[in-house]
Design a protein around this ligand. Structure first.
Ligand code: NIG
Ligand code: FE
Length: 385
């Protein structure tokens, strides 16, 4: 495969120790990987060259929490919420009805269209959860659709208890941890559980996560979104890769996260769209917690594919500096997926890159809502917007 030099990089933000930030930089892509990084004046010969005309280059965004496999629309629920209705997890069941009625081809095409939207907005890695099928066959179909589109697939059979099991939640946990897990695990890397009021309690969530671990999956937890609760502590206890949402945290939760390898993945688009308080990222960062940012793209609480939107919210509403927010949306997402080959620009890493129509990444928050993504490279392949 031919190598390509990217020259004329006004500012390169790598998240790597060697050149954290480098002005007047260049890099070389070879065989889908970064082959060289350094000052423009020293760029080695390559088969082709592309001049970025002073643009800023950062790693591609790593969106470590999405629910892309679904059908249907919940804009009426959003409208009602903006008129004062509270969000409850119950709305998930309406997406379950629509998802069960959709064909495999429709589910894959719809998720693929959202993925294309994400790529155009600079996202080069996307974790995708199941969780709107909630029967063995519909969860397996969802996992297969996700697996066609991403290597980072998460089994979320324990999203809520579906209507037909409303009176028998423990039987539903048996289904999730038995036949449903067996049907989905071949397509998944992770298992997740929604541990919150209206979904699963700590004991049920522990049972689900332990079954997933026994099936060879890594652990993630939807934790402390709707109120204070046991989700974060459970995630830490089981060494989950990530505790996601973290909107309502006690001091003990923050302390537990700080003493662990569990990343706190913050999802400000969900807090935006449910009109909830935002988590205080500063409190987490000052305590030494690893923080990631993700979209949570889903039809109920966060129907956005835009990491730049989440970065802008994190800076404005969650007391992150622009540099911290960009790190959280790239290297932080990679850490939440326990990956070190993405979210960073260094020799040997995947050539997943974003060029911004801006001199610095501060503009992602400073110019909210403006499409600043000039070009995206995924595994070295360019997509010009
Ligand atoms: O991450 N919290 C649970 N699941 C989704 C929302 C799902 C929905 O309302 O459809 C979330 O916010
Ligand atoms: Fe979610």
């Amino acid at each position: 495969m031919a190598s390509t030099a990217l020259t004329g990089i006004g500012l390169l933000v790598t998240h790597d120790a060697e050149y954290a930030e480098l002005h007047d930089a260049a890099l070389v892509i070879d065989d889908g990987l970064i082959a060289w990084v350094g000052p423009a004046a020293q760029v080695p010969d390559a088969d082709a060259a592309s001049d970025l005309d002073g643009r800023c280059v950062i790693p591609g965004f790593v969106d470590s929490h999405t629910h892309l496999v679904f059908a249907g629309d919940r804009s009426a629920e959003f409208e009602a919420r903006m008129a004062g209705q509270p969000y409850t997890a119950g709305g998930i069941r309406s997406t379950v009805v629509a998802t069960r009625a959709a064909s495999d081809q429709q589910l894959t095409a719809h998720a693929g269209a959202l993925l294309a939207e994400m790529l155009a907005a600079g996202t080069t890695t996307t974790e995708i959860k199941t969780g709107y099928g909630l029967s063995t066959v519909d969860e397996q179909r969802s996992a297969q659709a996700a697996h066609r589109l991403s290597d980072e697939v998460t089994f979320l059979g324990a999203h809520v208890v579906p209507a037909e099991y409303a009176e028998r939640p423990d039987e539903y946990v048996d289904l999730v941890t038995g036949p449903m897990l067996a049907a989905c695990a071949p397509y998944c890397r992770w298992i997740d559980v929604f541990c919150d009021a209206g979904a699963f309690d700590a004991d049920q969530a522990r049972t689900v996560l332990q079954a997933g671990r026994a099936a060879g999956l890594g652990l993630r937890v939807h934790a402390n979104q709707l109120g204070p609760g046991p989700g974060v502590q459970l995630a830490v206890e089981l060494d989950a890769a990530s505790a996601d949402h973290c909107t309502h945290l006690s001091d003990a939760d923050v302390e537990a996260l700080a003493g662990s390898r569990t990343v706190a993945t913050l999802l400000p688009a969900a807090d935006f769209s449910t009109r909830s308080p935002y988590p205080d990222a500063r409190r987490l960062l000052d305590a030494g917690v690893s923080v990631a940012l993700a979209t949570d793209c889903n039809p109920g609480t966060a129907y956005t594919s835009s990491m730049p939107f989440c970065i802008a919210l994190a800076v404005r509403e969650m007391r992150m500096t622009p540099a911290e927010a960009v790190w959280a949306g790239t290297a932080g997402g990679a850490r939440a997926l326990r990956r070190d080959d993405i979210g960073v620009i260094k020799v040997g890493a995947r050539a997943d890159l974003v060029a911004l129509d801006a001199p610095t990444p501060v503009h992602l928050a400073y110019r909210p809502g403006v499409p600043l993504i000039a070009a995206t490279w995924k595994e070295g392949q360019p997509l010009t917007v």
